[in-house]
Ligand binder design. Sequence first.
Ligand code: F6R
Length: 245
Amino acid sequence: MNILVVKDYEEMSEKAAHIVVGKILSKPDSVLGLATGSTPIGLYRKLMDFYNCGLVSFAETITFNLDEYIGLSADCSQSYAMFMKNNLFNHIDIKRENCNIPSGTINDRSKECQYYEKKIKAHGGIDLQILGIGRNGHIGFNEPDVKFEAQTHIVKLDEQTIFDNARFFERSEDVPKSAISMGIKTIMQSRKIVLLASGKEKADAVFGMVKGQITPKLPASVLQLHPNVTLIVDEDAYSKINNNK
Ligand code: F6R
């Protein structure tokens, strides 16, 4: 694992944006795997800046998001589909038909999971996957005790995740209890992975991911087995590793 320790959230976002833009300049029709949540917002802002300066175009880029809440339609304000529109897609020249997010409202969920996997494969797989990390070590919505062989599947959200994500909802009861998520296998099939982590509250998860045992109890630990992972981590999120040197 290639580890880049940076000062703060700003520098993390900038370094990540450089990797994404570099990828798109070398391969404009890159397939990007994208995350939601607080962590990648700064990265998405930097991508908009690069686009607004005329340095990069996303006109040929394809994206696949990691996950979506079950029960939230794409036009619901808390859906990840809406998050992506508000935080990135509406502000760059990406074609809407090239932006893929699993549906949280389709009746036949297992068909949707298979369809999503097939679509990723039909585009030749993910070139560059962006990940955040949950305080419980989840990646995507692959919660502790997930099966490493899982592809896109329906997951029951962990109590910790529901608690952490309540900040995006009016009432904590409104947080959906399940989601559709790319599986660990889907993520591991990406050619390159960049995981971003910022803030003290991520220090335990980052420590476990980098220094701990490889175990489904801390899903991100599986990334120790991927040949091309870059962790961009700020000093706060890296603090437990530093303190244990
Ligand atoms: C979101 C996702 C999650 C988040 C993680 C961290 O698409 O897949 O794994 O990356 O929950 O969330 P934040 O960035 O809000 O701390």
